[in-house]
Design a protein around this ligand. Structure first.
Ligand code: DLL
Length: 449
């Protein structure tokens, strides 16, 4: 047990022995906003004490900003506490931000990121139980039931996607097929033979699996799959439509990040299909202006910030995710706010001759053109001291080169009028761009090469 001067008000609910009961909703899901905020207050008060007393880096950080956990007297007081970010965790590499250092520590994951050393995250038994219960929540709300089979194509290993999703499937009473990412032919074979009703994958990797079906002479619409729970990278409503039509299933969102837990911080309900609900009995979200750091009202777009409410091994206070979105009132889970689609990460934003743009904007426009496929990359160069962007995009195999070229001209015009950037479009042949088995890299910035 990790001690703090005030007792931890939370313990994870026991796993029902009867698998059929694992299909039941958690009582917190149907709570009102007032009830959720009352829970948030109690749990946040404990989290602040726990972080301050058990993690030296938090004590130094709070002391440097002249705040103490006893300054937290109402929810709004959270704003008195300083933000944290990747740099805060990086400086604590590998374990200095952990409150659990001894036998309480049960698992370690890490997120690789694109640069520098990985960010290391840790879990106690209770953290793992909570995590599984939240992924189970996402899956239940997406329509997965006890007795279902679920194909898990998230990568297993240090990445939180594979194992995080794995225990969530078991927790909701379904059977997990731990396929991991890659080996697309084998994915196709197992989906065909094991007949899962649901698949967990990144949206772009699911498109690769669809290609795999076609290559084996199979129609992706003929599979047993009824639900896809997709996340780990930004995706658009147009991509949702593409995937749903390709497989004839319901595609729903799952959101999360390693530092805050992993997959299952938020999930989308099949009944409303209107964005992921953040599980606010475990995470308090805020939206801030990424430039002025000011906290914005619900509904305003900005950067998502999270504070954990129940995490033991790695409490996280006002963590800046760099994910750009907005908070919206709850619908299917009225006490929990939803997040809008992530339009991009502030560190993925391309600044092209002064115009800010995100790959998701290109995805949205490209997918409206029938002859162009969702497989594209963006290549940015600076040949004559001027930024240039090329969109390399595959034509759909069922359309001619000529159709794709005229589609490309439409796309070029759309990018100019809707985003404000001039670019060139290179139509390439089907199946020539690199596929990824997990998170896809779309942007190749070669301006400094
Ligand atoms: O990607 C955790 C995860 C695994 C989520 C499987 C969902 C499914 P990280 O590797 O730490 O963790 O990357 C976190 O991925 O800050 C977002 O930028 C992005 N991301 C995750 N889910 C979504 C989503 C996992 N549903 C980073 N939509 C986050 C858009 C997402 N972006």
């Amino acid at each position: 047990m990790i001690e703090a001067s005030i007792p931890n008000p939370y313990t994870p609910a026991p796993v029902p022995a009867n698998p059929a009961e694992r299909g039941r909703r958690d009582p917190e899901e149907t709570m009102s906003r007032d009830q959720i905020e009352a829970i948030q207050f109690e749990r946040l008060r404990w989290t602040l004490h726990h972080a301050y007393e058990n993690v030296e880096a938090y004590k130094e950080h709070f002391d440097a900003h002249g705040v103490h956990p006893s300054d937290f007297k109402e929810l709004a007081d959270l704003a008195k506490f300083p933000y944290t970010d990747k740099e805060f965790l990086r400086k604590s590499y590998p374990f200095k931000a952990f409150a659990a250092k001894g036998p309480e520590l049960r698992r370690i994951h890490a997120s690789s990121g694109t640069t520098g050393q990985p960010t290391v995250v840790g879990y106690t038994d209770n953290d793992i139980a909570t995590w599984a219960s939240l992924v189970a929540r996402v899956l239940r709300n997406a329509g997965v039931k006890p007795g279902d089979r679920v194909h898990n194509a998230y990568g297993y290993g240090l990445f939180t996607g594979g194992l995080g999703a794995h225990y969530g499937v078991e927790r909701c009473g379904a059977a997990v097929i731990p396929m991991s990412g890659g080996q697309t032919e084998k994915q196709v074979q197992l989906i065909k033979d094991f007949e899962p009703s649901a698949i967990l994958s990144t949206p772009t990797y699911l498109l690769t699996i669809a290609d795999g079906f076609r290559k084996m002479g199979l129609d992706p619409r003929e599979t047993s799959l009824k639900t896809a729970v997709l996340g780990a990278e930004p995706w658009t409503e147009e991509m949702r439509r593409e995937i749903e039509q390709t497989f004839g299933l319901d595609a729903l969102d799952i959101y999360g990040l390693s530092e805050v837990m992993g997959p299952g911080v938020a999930g989308e309900s099949a009944e409303s299909k209107d964005g992921s609900h953040i599980y606010e009995d475990h995470f308090r979200p805020e939206i801030i202006d990424p430039f002025t750091d000011e906290v914005l009202e619900t509904g305003h777009p900005g950067e998502l910030v999270f504070t954990s409410l129940t995490k033991e091994a790695l409490p996280i206070i006002r963590y800046r995710t760099h994910d750009l979105t907005r908070l919206l009132p709850g619908t299917a889970l009225p006490g929990h706010r939803r997040m809008g689609r992530i339009t991009g990460r502030s560190d993925d934003m391309i600044i092209l001759r002064g115009v800010n743009l995100f790959p998701s904007q290109i995805e949205e426009l490209a997918l409206q053109i029938p002859a162009l496929s969702p497989h594209f990359t963006l290549e940015i160069t600076r040949p004559n001291r001027m930024d240039e962007m090329a969109v390399n995009i595959e034509r759909r195999p069922e359309f001619s080169r000529q159709d794709a070229e005229s589609g490309a001209r439409v796309l070029q015009k759309e990018i100019k009028t809707k985003i404000g950037s001039s670019c060139t479009i290179n139509v390439v042949e089907p199946d020539t761009l690199v596929r990824s088995s997990g998170k896809l890299r779309r942007v190749y910035d070669r301006r400094n090469d």
